[in-house]
Design a protein around this ligand. Structure first.
Ligand code: ADP
Ligand code: ADP
Length: 218
């Protein structure tokens, strides 16, 4: 569960997130919808502990990550730029990340399989397509088998097969009881992907409702 309480984050004169309070529950896919610049990435970065709140707090399964990044076994995140050394193979990249987090190489093979990269795991990540790069970023996010998974615009630039694959993956993670929080600027995409919607505009909460409620009110 992610409890966002009165979160505000400013960057100089810009208020990226403005007194946002919302709870993201486990067991469903929660879509985080809003136009570019609405504050979705900032909220996710605070949740993972990569950015500090200006005020308010985010509590993730009882923990606050306001001093250091969340451990991979608590929170897995695909954020805008998953940095990969282009000359390294996908497997080597994941093994290095795993090693720094005390995760064994067997788990690397598991997540490669989960994201469908086993056959290309020995190839340099620099030669990967956008979709393969997204899969690698998702593999990294899942490495620690986290209960909370955040994905920032995961379907951007993907082909229909890649989009369907991500949808199925998110549903599977939610069905396992995990908290799944996924951002998009496309309502059409979220209508097909999410069970619950949190809608943000200019840093403020505009709606927090199930897809069924939204459809009934439209
Ligand atoms: P979204 O993910 O919804 O596109 P962001 O959280 O990326 O929104 O951005 C919200 C606002 O905060 C935007 O106006 C953006 O320009 C600003 N912003 C985000 N990160 C920074 C930063 N590191 N420095 C300055 N401004 C930022
Ligand atoms: P360091 O603090 O030495 O940079 P980390 O292992 O904390 O090493 O971070 C390595 C990379 O993983 C960074 O690019 C960071 O943005 C990203 N990262 C950190 N925490 C998480 C997380 N919980 N989920 C996904 N990526 C993360």
């Amino acid at each position: 569960m992610i409890e966002i309480r009165n979160l505000t984050r400013t960057y100089g004169p810009t208020t990226a997130v403005d007194d946002l309070s919302v709870t993201v529950r486990p067991g469903v896919v929660t879509g985080f919808l809003g136009p570019n610049g609405a504050g979705k990435s900032t909220t996710m970065r605070v949740t993972v502990g990569l950015t500090r709140p200006t005020s308010g707090e985010v509590v993730v399964n009882g923990h606050r990550y306001d001093r250091h990044a969340a451990p991979l076994h608590e929170v897995g995140a695909l954020l805008d730029a998953h940095a990969v050394h282009p000359g390294r193979s996908a497997r080597a990249h994941l093994r290095a990340l795993a090693a720094t987090h005390g995760i064994g190489p067997r788990r690397v093979d598991e997540v490669l399989d989960t994201v469908g990269l086993t056959d290309v795991a020995g190839q340099r990540a620099g030669g990967f397509s956008l979709g393969m790069g997204q899969r690698l970023g998702i593999a990294a996010a899942l490495l620690g088998d986290p209960q909370v998974v955040l994905l920032d615009e995961p379907v951007n630039g993907l082909d229909p097969d890649g989009i369907r694959w991500i949808r199925a993956l998110l549903r599977g993670l939610a069905a396992e009881g995990r908290t799944v929080f996924v951002s998009s600027h496309l309502m059409s995409e979220m209508a097909l992907t999410a069970d619950h919607l949190v809608i943000l505009g200019q840093g403020r909460l505009l709606a927090d409702m199930s897809l069924a409620e939204l459809t009934a009110s439209a």
